[in-house]
Design a protein around this ligand. Sequence first.
Ligand code: GDP
Length: 748
Amino acid sequence: MAIIETQPGRAVLRAAIAGNPNSGKTSLFNALTGANLKVGNYPGVTVERREGRVRCNGGDMTVVDLPGTYSLTAHSADEVVARTVLIHERPDVVVDVVDASNLERNLYLVTQLMEMELPLVIALNMIDVARRRGLIIDAEKMSAILGVPVTETIGNRGRGITDLVNVCRGVARQPERVTVRRVTYGHGVDEEVDALTAVVAGDPGLAARYPPRWVAIKLIEKDEEIVAAVRRHARNAGAIERSATESINAIERHFDELAEEVVAEARYGFASGVIRECVTHQDLSRRRMTDRIDAVVCHRLLGPLILASVVYALFLAVFKIADEWRWVFGRSPTGVVDAIFAWLATASMGIERTSPMVHSLWTDGIIGGVGGIMSFVPLIVVMFAFICVLEDTGYMARVAFVLDRALKVFGLQGKSIIAMVVSGGLGGGGCAVPGVMATRVLADREDRLVTMLVAPLMNCGAKLPVYLMLVAAFFPRAQARVMFLLWILSWALALCSAWIIRRFVVRGEPTPFVMELPTYHVPTLRGVWRHTWNRTWMFVKKAGTLILATSVLLWAAMYFPQLDATAHDARIAALQTGSDGAGSPTTEGQAATRTVDTSDAERDLTRKRRAAQLRHSLAGRAGSALEGASRWAGFDWRDNIALIGGFAAKEVVVGTLGVAYALGDVDPGESESLPDRLAADAAWSPLKAFAMMVFVMIYAPCITVQIMTWRESGHWKWPLFSVGYTVGLAFVLAVAIYQIGMAAGWGA
Ligand code: GDP
């Protein structure tokens, strides 16, 4: 819109633009005035004053852009400036720019402008945004309710400007046509306002300067500027102040709240009443449905119960569908993957004779590594499909809502629960690999990191065989109780660790409790599939190569250096005679079995060779080297090798223990299982078994989890920290349990 100089003799109308910050005031001001504007400061303050001119048919208008404010109290320089212009310059028309997509807050300012009894026009701006959000605003009805003209605008695109200018001109020319409705403050306040208004109106010094009702309201709000103005201008300031104090006391006695708060609440009440009358939600039926569901789902008592069932169902579904139910050619999905890799391993048996090393690398290193990655895929697919359904339906936001307060104490977030449960938080197995990936539902980086670092403390499915084996061997009559104790311990350690890590390592305020509860939706199959596929592919791509490389490295540590064949048997003999406790004298019967059953003997020899090789390997040497420290927790070199193997995956622990303990064994019979063998071993006791279980629970998340932690956190220092922290904690606790137990005499 072009700007021209005012023609002499023509009255220039004056308009002021008020509105909340970000309501689009500047956009509208620019659209009205073009580029031709005058920028200065308001006297005495550094608040910018911008003025421009609008040319329109039949008369020009100057427009002053007031500072953006939410309110017109005297709390900030902006508010005082805006108020002063409105009171003292008395513009012919005041345009209040209202963000239609954020009506409640914007209407608060509207009520205050209405109180000032100004010739008001409302520019319902951002109407496009409101429409996109499904809000239908009845501008005519709003206009009727408020007694103020309302026109719709889209400021950034200059839409609705001509209408706005016309309406403004109409109001400025004939202000009597606008009858701004009275804002009501409800029973108990209105009476006081009316009484005080009468007192103010009776004072000519004040009434000439200010709208009496506005002064009365401001006095009730204890507005210091107005109190000062009363003292300055009123003929009978003392009487007015006394009346004001009486009114304030009456209101505060009535509501047991500060008078200014009562007034502010009443304005919000008025605003929400206007919204109820004039705004409909396009998806009202859905909104109503959502509210009804939320009344149950976010209920104080029912909410947590429903959450527990949903999370439990998710957990069951993931592990049943992916890992238990045999619904793919008579196998479970992970079973299919395992079978494929087992087949690959057997198919390559031929290489063993010609090149045992290549065979071992192929079966233990490569197939083991790739197979390991691929067997996670069914779990990840099913888990993400379910998480995606939870997110798309809108329930995930409620999970956060229900649990946030409880978990925030520990520096976690409501949604962290998903990762913890998937990692094994329910005690019946689970896996921290999808658990770490499940932290993606958390928006905040710090929350994600802390959750990622503590979720592996849960008892995942790979730790269960270790527990089950040791519990069967040492706590046959207290299996359930010991397992329960381990479950409680894992949660206690995870929550305490979260608190510690949040306090000392990953600082930063937890995200504040601002939560939008979206409407419930039925998720689309396509959406769920796309999400699930993307995340699964990311896992294979990101983790695949690294996991393969590390599993080959670990294989090498257990394979090299090699013992040669004669050294093997010499070593076995030496170790057998030297092994303490385990080597009881050979009875005649056992000797007979040995000679009779040559295949048993052969198998026994193979086992012992493997054990000897293991001890000779790098991992075995490391195990021996660590004995000095590990003895404090009761672990010898054989236990250490098994634990080193557990760095690759916890399920390796049982297998490696089996290999390592084959060495000192004098009974060649296959009948004796590992639990029986350990139970019979003098070096083991229930105390040591418990220390071992606690150690296995805590120490070093498996290599796949570490790689996922690296990938998901974006830095290798986090898996490193995780290993350092968990190994340290595991060692300290295992030593404490073992040493205290020994001192208490439980070590027998
Ligand atoms: P002010 O802080 O009140 O001066 O607001 P601005 O005029 O700076 O506007 C804030 C933002 O909202 C800017 O990015 C504008 O482009 C944008 N905006 C202003 N009016 C509208 C509108 O009617 N619709 C939409 N979609 N955006 C708008």
